[in-house]
Write a new protein. Structure first.
Length: 278
């Protein structure tokens, strides 16, 4: 368990497996509430599942193509999904199976999705080189910014701040000020496409992951979000593209850790401060 607690003593149990929540490949997953997760798939379905029972509690149907991203604000009953059909939808956990709100406006597949902590605003990014800001209640587009070659791969909101982190196929990590929807800072470009990003709960650090092959590239990079905004450390060990990266919850007895997953079929856990692998 990531929080360091132990549910029982004795031999390690086999991993419990459950019936499928989707009829095709699962393409994205995110935590929703302590006991729930939300996932999207090639079957165009958004599913809410229980971590404990493995049961699919809700299935939302509305997208016309593969779901590419799912997310939710902390402790919110709202689920957001993006799709290759170029739209974003908002769903109510305890509402009907249809979408509560639509956010159309991108010209190509939507590949970035970040919701503000109070769930009042949404930022989306696409392969059409644009980032948009939306009012989640009305569905109104509050701003739209375009940067040449900025093929968005991921977005995440900085906790407690009006800033959104974005990774791109142009190998750059950008910090957007959501109030004016402008780039507040751009880190030095990396050597490879940046595939994913995450922000620590205290808002001090950002993590990004890189594409790669045959042992070249595939690293994760830790960035300082404070005034200096420097590269802090790299985590090297994957042999192919690192597809995702995340800061792990910190338990009382655990050192700060991160996790990465890769096309090399491995998930690695790293000591955030030393770069050592657990």
């Amino acid at each position: 368990r990531a929080d360091g607690s132990v549910e029982e003593t004795g031999p390690v149990r086999a991993v419990q497996q459950h019936g499928p929540a989707h009829a095709d490949a699962v393409t994205c997953v995110a935590a929703l509430q302590p006991d729930l997760c939300v996932s999207g798939g090639r079957d165009q379905i958004v599913a809410v599942c229980s971590w404990r029972s493995g049961a699919a509690l809700r299935r939302f149907i509305g997208h016309e193509r593969e779901v590419t991203k799912v997310t939710s604000a902390l402790d919110s009953n709202r689920v957001f999904s993006a799709s290759r059909d170029r739209t974003v939808m908002m769903w109510e956990l305890h509402g009907t199976s249809g979408p509560r709100q639509h956010f159309p406006g991108h010209d190509l597949v939507v590949t970035g999705l970040a919701v503000s902590p109070d769930a009042s605003q949404l930022c989306t990014g696409s392969r059409d080189n644009t980032v948009c800001k939306w009012d989640t209640e009305t569905g109104e587009c509050l701003g739209r910014a375009a940067i040449s070659r900025n093929l968005v791969t991921h977005l995440c909101w900085v906790p407690g701040e009006p800033y959104v982190i974005q990774t791109s196929e142009d190998k750059t990590i950008r910090i957007w000020d959501s109030r004016e929807l402008r780039v507040a800072h751009a880190f030095p470009a990396k050597r490879h496409i940046q595939t994913c990003c995450d922000v620590s709960q205290d808002g001090r650090y950002c993590l990004s992951s890189s594409s790669g092959s045959a042992g070249e590239g595939g690293e994760a990079t830790l960035w300082d979000l404070r005034q200096t905004r420097n590269q802090v450390r790299e985590y090297k060990g994957h042999f192919q593209t690192t597809t995702s990266c995340v800061f792990l919850p910190r338990g009382p007895a655990l050192t700060p850790s991160i996790a990465t997953s890769s096309y090399d079929s491995t998930v690695k856990v790293w000591d955030r401060d030393t770069g050592g692998r657990g």
